[in-house]
Design a binder for this molecule. Structure first.
Ligand code: NAD
Length: 290
């Protein structure tokens, strides 16, 4: 069984990006710059943003982190985005989600200029993705595609099941896997909270992407031998024996799945690292011009 190690695949992506930024520096040019906006101080969001900034540094990118109070007015956030949209030294803008309830997420996403929308959430970029046009692919599905590419996982003609239909993971993932691209051409079934025969659907899958946020949801009896499992789930589960008081759990029962799968992503150390790789690739793309 093959462990789809995110450390290995992400390192390969980052090494190529580092070569590119080193070449830019050697030519006296500026390197790509990512601006991250964090509203409030949610623990998981803090961790994600810190990791994105650190990865920018490691690959020779510039980065800025703008912190806004949890009770900041929506207009202030929109003004910051408008300022960054105009800034010629800022290539990519990301607003860490989720946002506090009083801020309308869709309004914020639509405020980011599509050419700087490195998360790929703007409706213009989603439309481009659906039509198979050049775009920013949302970082997590993009990272998964990069992972499949790195480990030469054959997808053509396979039955793929995506569990979860969110705008950031499940839905774009289902579109990519069904697209006519190297890591696509699957027959895709997308499952969600109203799916009735999920176990039967999963048992017919050659590839399963679990992105629902329910720890240990996908168990050994729901999968067939040889399946490729991509576990997107990241849930903090309380554990007093852990140093931080919690452990990160995926959506897949890892031990049971390992007994049957031909390949599987670990959690942590799998998709999460690839998400950052996808984000960095998008930022380089924004720098180069979509
Ligand atoms: P979400 O809550 O927006 O969407 C969850 C989806 O799962 C929904 O479409 C829902 O219909 C479906 N669902 C929920 N319960 C279900 C059930 N019992 N059966 C079938 N479908 C069910 O979540 P999201 O933002 O897409 O994130 C999903 C998980 O992935 C979370 O654990 C999140 O933390 C994680 N995540 C990880 C990364 C990463 O980089 N690894 C990135 C984004 C999200």
């Amino acid at each position: 069984m093959l462990i789809l190690d995110g450390k290995i695949a992400a390192a390969a992506v980052k090494a190529t990006l580092l070569e590119q930024t080193q070449a830019l520096k050697a030519a006296g040019k500026r390197t790509p710059h990512l601006a991250a906006i964090l509203v409030g101080s949610n623990g998981a969001s803090e961790t994600y943003v810190a990791s994105k900034v650190k990865n920018c540094e490691e690959t020779g990118f510039g980065s800025s982190l703008y912190r806004l109070d949890a009770d900041v007015e929506e207009a202030v956030l929109l003004a910051k985005i408008a300022e960054l949209n105009q800034d010629p030294n800022c290539d990519g803008i990301l607003v860490q989600l989720p946002l506090p309830k009083h801020i309308k997420e869709s309004k914020v996403i639509e405020a980011i200029h599509p050419a700087k929308d490195v998360d790929g959430f703007h409706p213009v970029n989603v439309g481009r993705l659906v039509q198979g046009l050049n775009t920013f692919i949302p970082a997590t599905p993009y990272g998964i595609i990069l992972m499949l590419e790195h480990f030469n996982i054959e997808t053509k003609g396979k039955n793929a099941v995506v569990i979860g239909r969110s705008n950031i993971v499940g839905r774009p993932m289902s579109i990519l896997l069904s697209s006519n691209i190297a890591q696509g051409n699957c027959t895709v079934t997308i499952c969600h909270s109203h799916t009735k025969n999920l176990k039967e659907v999963c048992l017919g899958a050659d590839i399963i992407v679990a992105a629902l946020g329910v720890p240990n949801f996908l168990t050994g009896d729901m999968i067939k031998p040889g399946v490729v499992i991509i576990d997107v789930g990241i849930t903090r589960v309380d554990d007093p024996t852990a140093k931080k008081g919690f452990r990160i759990k995926g959506d897949v029962n890892y031990e049971e799945a390992c007994a049957k799968a031909s390949a599987i992503t670990p959690v942590p150390g799998g998709v999460g690292l690839m998400t950052i790789a996808g984000l960095l690739k998008n930022t380089m793309k924004a720098y180069q011009g979509l």
